[in-house]
Design a binder for this molecule. Structure first.
Ligand code: BG6
Length: 488
């Protein structure tokens, strides 16, 4: 089965930070995949911009290496790679000075009648200076769009400053704040599941749902990003954006339609209904040396090369939403590096049946669970109780209705960036964060960050390759509940 491919309009994508990690690992491979799928029109070009003075050939070689490294061999036949490379151009410009900008403007002149997308794959400190120059050199006119990566700021105050600087040049309808989790196939499926099926929505509230668990577990450590990570930590890196966005999609009211602002209004209401956090509802941890994927791995401090750091590499939270739909049904969130496996999933745990008609011999009646698996092996599992087959009397057991999307559809799951970059070209902001959403998320996170920065208590240690500190287990078990580890 193949998915339908509708080509987008003619565009030029200008990537700042074109030689950086994000461009090489994600953006260039994503654009190659869309080209290979036939979704890019003839008139679609990519201009890489960086400060280093590469020649056009050097940039093309870098892009070719990026495709070879990040796209499996069977998905990149040589003629398709060659065709893609023809679309690439290069310009050198200084984000904090005026050097190179006139040349860039000149390079963009032939593209006057195309959609212009400026993708800032740089640190947030450069968002303001680049936007200011895009404005001053006349590049932000018409329907030119700007895309910015997370983190948008380091806290509420810096986020406002970054938003202010971008907003001086681009109106909100042309600003695309990426949260790549929103581009994941299963995250979008969450909306399909909730709003294209009559089955779930009547039960989607605290009267029928006991609680929700959201886990984003990574088995890798901080790899080469320790410098950035040590300033961020798991709360800023994962919770403020990805995990709160997942929570919003699970918790929001049905929007009247899928228009960007209708969806974003509903998410904003959830963010504004989050109960302020109390210390008993959070656990922060930091990994020590342990084992992962069968081999020994160093602890966070060793990876960082420092003796001390208060940065958390793990967070578990009990989050309450103060509205009619969710009062009494908490959301438990946890995320961390160097956990037991790489798995991201949302588990909706329904209330138990009010009364069991089965005797003790039938065994316990487990509550139904809906598991929405983001990665790996995207899919949906609905756990039901059934009778154990056979003539041996009535014994019950939980069995999943199990749908793996790759098995069901036999198509490659596109990377989130493939969808998101083309959504920018299409002018669809539904899967991007609006300014007020980002700022509302920070307003809820900021007091936690403040409390942590003032607390003499260090993050709780956990051994790499486990599910985090034991306090995270206690956090949920004191409520008589338990984490559903690894896709159960
Ligand atoms: C990024 C974080 O936003 O998301 C990383 O900065 C994290 O620390 C990554 O590893 C996880 O993304 P994915 O798509 O691999 O789950």
């Amino acid at each position: 089965m193949t998915s339908r491919v509708i080509p987008v309009e003619a565009f030029v994508l200008v990537v700042f930070g074109a030689t950086g990690d994000l461009a090489r690992r994600k953006l260039i491979p994503a654009m190659f995949q869309r080209d290979a799928a036939g979704q890019l029109p003839e008139a679609a070009d990519i201009i890489g911009v960086s400060r280093g003075r590469l020649g056009e050939e050097e940039f093309t070689a870098l892009a070719k290496a990026a495709v070879e490294e990040h796209v499996p061999e069977w998905e990149r036949p040589a003629p398709l790679v060659e065709r893609f490379l023809q679309r690439l151009h290069y310009a050198s410009a200084d984000a904090t000075g005026d050097e190179g900008w006139r040349d860039l403007a000149e390079k963009l002149r032939p593209y006057e009648d195309r959609i212009k997308v400026f993708y800032l794959a740089t640190g947030p400190a450069l968002f303001g200076p680049i936007c200011e120059r895009l404005g001053r050199f006349g590049l932000a006119q018409g329907d030119a769009r700007v895309v910015v990566e997370k983190p948008v700021g380091n806290d509420g105050e810096t986020a406002r400053a970054v938003n202010e600087a971008i907003g001086k040049v681009f109106p909100e309808e042309r600003i695309y704040r990426i949260d790549h989790y929103l581009g994941k196939e299963t995250v979008q499926n969450l909306m399909a599941l909730r709003f294209a099926n009559a089955l779930f929505e009547p039960l989607w509230n605290a009267a029928h749902i006991d609680h929700v668990q959201i886990t984003v577990a990574e088995s890798l450590g901080v790899e080469g990003r320790a410098g950035y990570y040590d300033k961020a930590g798991a709360l800023r890196d994962m919770v403020q954006n990805h995990m709160l966005q997942l929570l919003c999609l699970v918790a929001m009211e049905p929007p009247a339609h899928l228009a960007a602002d209708a969806v974003r209004d509903e998410k904003l209401k959830v963010l504004r209904a989050l109960k302020p956090m109390q210390p008993q509802n959070w656990v922060r941890g930091q990994y020590r040396a342990g084992a992962s994927a069968g081999g020994p791995v160093p602890g966070y401090l060793e990876e960082l090369g420092e003796k001390e750091s208060q940065t958390e590499t793990f967070v578990a939270l009990k989050v309450e939403i103060e509205n009619w739909r969710w009062a009494g049904a908490p959301f438990y969130l946890r995320t961390g590096k160097r956990l037991a496996e790489r798995v991201s999933e949302i588990v909706i745990v329904f209330k138990p049946v009010p009364h069991s008609v089965f005797g003790e011999a039938a065994g316990p009646v487990s509550p139904n669970r809906l598991v929405i698996r983001l990665q790996p092996d995207e899919g949906v599992k609905l756990w039901l109780m059934i009778k154990d087959p056979g003539p041996g009397g009535m014994r019950l057991r939980p069995v999943p209705l199990d749908m793996s999307f790759s098995k069901a559809f036999g198509v490659r799951n596109p990377d989130a960036y493939e969808r998101l970059v083309l959504d920018v070209v299409r002018g669809n902001q539904t899967l991007f964060m609006r300014r007020d959403e980002v700022e509302a998320a920070w307003a809820w996170i900021d007091p936690v960050l403040d409390a942590w920065s003032q607390s003499p208590e260090p993050p709780k240690p956990y051994t790499a390759g486990t599910w985090g500190p034991s306090a995270a287990i206690a956090l949920i078990e004191r409520d008589g509940r338990t984490w559903m580890d690894g896709g159960v």
